[in-house]
Design a protein around this ligand. Structure first.
Ligand SMILES: [Mg+2]
Length: 223
């Protein structure tokens, strides 16, 4: 932490496009590929419900934690590599140069391990000083349990507010309904709509990460 401005990003659907699965759904599928029919069916059911948006907060976290208990670091890295391929060199450069003018953070209801591996893959791990979401922690037997920090949309807004102590200016970027409280709490809230879908939110919307970054940079230059 050193700069006067901080930018908080959501992860899934914001730092990469959901096409067609988000990082947690991909991890569930990765684990399921090593299991039998019954497990595969449970995995498929949870993913379908999650895609319909019917599982909020703990209703999802608990079942997700249960399904990924045998996930390992290799699986996380594979998922992170797959989603990192959605970013262009221009996107990555834009994010990196944003790191020169603001401190960058990820506030997500998603999985911190996946965020970290993703940032590692695109060479920007050092550019982000804070990653808050929920974390897979392994015991000695190699089984993972979930430690939940940020569990719902309002918690992202609260996490942003906690940064006010250190930053006079805080900008935020998200992609969906779960980001609205965080975007409202920011001095400037932007939406990224990678797939150029019809849905609309009451926030300035851009269709690429490079565009979002250049808007953030120009806001900070004139602030
Ligand atoms: Mg999202």
């Amino acid at each position: 932490m050193s700069k006067r401005a901080c930018i908080t990003f959501d992860f899934d659907g914001t730092l990469y496009p959901i096409a067609p699965y988000d990082s947690e759904q991909r991890l569930i599928r990765k684990v399921a590929s090593t299991k039998g029919t019954l497990f595969k069916q449970r995995a498929k059911r949870l993913i379908l419900q999650d895609q319909k948006g019917t599982l909020i907060g703990d209703a999802f976290h608990k079942r997700y934690a249960d399904l990924v208990r045998t996930a390992n670091a290799g699986m996380i890295d594979e998922v992170a590599r797959d989603i990192s391929l959605f970013l262009s060199t221009e996107d990555i450069h834009a994010l990196a140069s944003l790191g020169n003018i603001a401190d960058l953070a990820v506030l997500t209801c998603g999985t911190e391990n996946l965020v970290e591996s993703f940032l590692q893959q695109i060479g920007l791990k050092q550019h982000f000083f804070l990653i808050r979401g929920k974390r897979l922690v392994w015991d000695e037997a190699g089984r993972a349990r979930m430690v939940v920090d940020i569990n719902e949309p309002q918690a992202k807004a609260k996490a942003l507010e906690q940064l006010r102590r250190d930053y006079p200016t805080i900008l935020a970027v998200g992609d969906g309904p779960t980001d609205i409280p965080m975007l409202k709490a920011a001095d400037l809230g932007l939406v990224i709509n990678w797939n150029q879908s019809q849905r609309a939110y009451p926030f300035e919307t851009h269709t690429s990460l490079a565009d979002v970054c250049s808007r953030l940079a120009s806001y900070l230059a004139s602030a």
